[in-house]
Ligand binder design. Sequence first.
Ligand code: TXA
Ligand code: MG
Length: 327
Amino acid sequence: MTHRQTSILKASPEAIHEAAQALRRGGLVAFPTETVYGLGADATSDAAVAAIFAAKNRPQFNPLIVHFADAERAAAAVAFDERARTMAQAFWPGPLTLVLPRRAANGISLLVSAGLDTVAVRVPSQPVARALLVEAGLPVAAPSANRSFSVSPTTASHVAADLDGRIDLILDDGPCRLGLESTVVDLSTKASTLLRLGGLPVEDIEAVIGPLAPPTGGRPKSPGMLSRHYAPGRPVRLNAAEAGPDEALLGFGPHVPGATLNLSPRGNLAEAAANFFAMMRELDRGEFAAIAVSPIPQTGLGRAINDRLNRAATPQGADDMNGISAP
Ligand code: TXA
Ligand code: MG
């Protein structure tokens, strides 16, 4: 892992221009999206994509999402059927990732797919992300801009804390609006399959294309689904009414006396989602032995928050990590 001088630039037309140039030179650029910050590189360059894995310490088998400026460019890289067109029409630009069959000779590095014959594609809505994708004129491979097995970054300073000295540039456009990663749906199979709960509620998707199939068992198709993927360092206790000795209490809603932090005192799930990763990071740095969390309603974005919490609460080593251990 070679040392890189990491500059942090406030988003501006000049900064976006510089970031686009860095991507075109094969550099590593962290940029804001409406979900979380991504660690971007030229998806057509094997060397640039390999550098993402090195910077993140990411297991090579974990495939990456490729970001496009618009649906037309995405449709040149993967095969769109009627379902995919309907989904793209309804939800792009936005927090939805579609897994679709790779088109032959589409120029996208095979490393992006980690051996699968599909590519995960997404068109983000965040204006700085869109301007960067247009100006770079490239498909941009971008996982969340954190070290592997750490929680996703929702501010530029989270990115710097994880990746300073390992990447070239961080474009800072403040906190991410949604704060949870995109929802991932596999459309490469007959049934539309939910691979990851995320910033687009499942209820919204099902209203457009009908019921989604749950992921099938066996080797996880989407490694983001490994039970302990989203992991703070401290143990996490769910559905807590109050904090135990030495525990921090992460509250939700108006009636949580003694909460160390509260995801949303007014009980709003969108606000809770936007605060979730930042508050987990904060409590994970504090003087606490463990993190207790109030119950979160299991609807809309609450399902995506509970999904992250359930993974964080899974004891280490309790699942099949395919031989990979956290760094
Ligand atoms: O919101 C997001 O999705 C953020 C921003 C930066 O776009 N990106 C993100 O990427 O969360 P990452 O790499 O942390 O998570 C990508 C998820 C992983 O669970 C990965 O396994 C899955 O998408 N994935 C990527 N390509 C896939 C493929 N071809 N088949 C199945 N799953 C795939
Ligand atoms: Mg990630």
